[in-house]
Design a protein around this ligand. Sequence first.
Ligand SMILES: CC(C)(COP(=O)(O)OP(=O)(O)OC[C@H]1O[C@@H](n2cnc3c(N)ncnc32)[C@H](O)[C@@H]1OP(=O)(O)O)[C@@H](O)C(=O)NCCC(=O)NCCS
Length: 332
Amino acid sequence: MRILPVDPRTLADDELAMMHGILSAVAAHDHPELPAESRGDLQARLAWPWPGCRSACWLGLDDDRAVGLSWVTLSRGANAAVADLTLAVLPEDRRQGFGRGLLREAVRLAYSTGRTSMIGAAADEGPAAGFVVAMGAIPALSDIQAVLQVQPPPAPDDGDCGDYELLRVRGAAPPELLTDIGAVHEGMADRPVGDAAWTHQPYDGARVAAVDAMLDARGLVQLRVLARHRPTGEVVGISYVIVSTRSPHRSEQGDTTVLPAHRGRRLGLRMKTEMLRWLSSEYPDVRELNTWVARDNAPMRAVNAELGYQVAGHWTQWQAPVAELASKLGLV
Ligand SMILES: CC(C)(COP(=O)(O)OP(=O)(O)OC[C@H]1O[C@@H](n2cnc3c(N)ncnc32)[C@H](O)[C@@H]1OP(=O)(O)O)[C@@H](O)C(=O)NCCC(=O)NCCS
């Protein structure tokens, strides 16, 4: 196998076609129930990482035929110790050492830049379990993937949330809300992460603006529903959905959180219900919402079940110490 490093920010057309071809073939084989990611969405995701992150990619070529890829993302800030891995080999080319060879490149970069943990997600029913165990990884977090068929909420909104009001914010947050939105994202700080090395990346207004700019560059629209506490004017809850104009059919339900002092008042359910009302009236092309939730996150899973989300898959975040991987792969 020949390894070809490719720059995700400036991929040539043939490089993008190879990466898209591999990820589409792997998804169609291993997860036929998932809609394929469009080439434009993949290109945008590669070219515009999250603020403070950078990515590197390698293609594995066998006689000039692309058989696999590895893609590693490194962050600054709270998660500077973690390397986030995507690794894929075409179904018909597995068990020939390509996965190991592509992983080696990702580990070389992670090791040389001082990362200590490598994390990669894989479906529990998929082919990865044997590979990750052979590489010495351990399960760090169990995730549930769930999908909701979008329909208007059955009950009309009586508009009465007691001390709280719900606000809709479309696209980039207005400057006067940046600080409040940054502060409410801090509600994610106590979410369950199992044994994963991830830590909460603190949010502030500057990060909100940077994420908005990244989403805009990717051609994505963020719809936020906020819960505001009327007596104090404080924003105490947020739920957001990301819609791609290229592939609105299945859109992504992002984080939903309520600040600890305001939990237990069904604000999570109310914000998500308001989002369904908004999508049904203004975004009819959004037919499904996809979401990820930790298996240990009972409150969020209960809200999702009440809304009608159906479990679509069980996934594990696998984690391995970078130094051990480097040793196992003969790098040190
Ligand atoms: C995981 C994946 C990348 C492995 O690619 P691969 O090219 O088949 O892996 P390799 O041939 O380098 O395998 C290396 C070792 O892993 C183990 N292994 C790999 N696949 C295995 C399987 N299906 N069952 C048991 N062990 C397996 C073996 O020990 C193997 O060495 P061996 O063949 O000498 O016994 C591939 O199965 C894939 O693309 N899966 C779907 C995407 C995915 O889940 N990626 C997430 C990874 S965290």
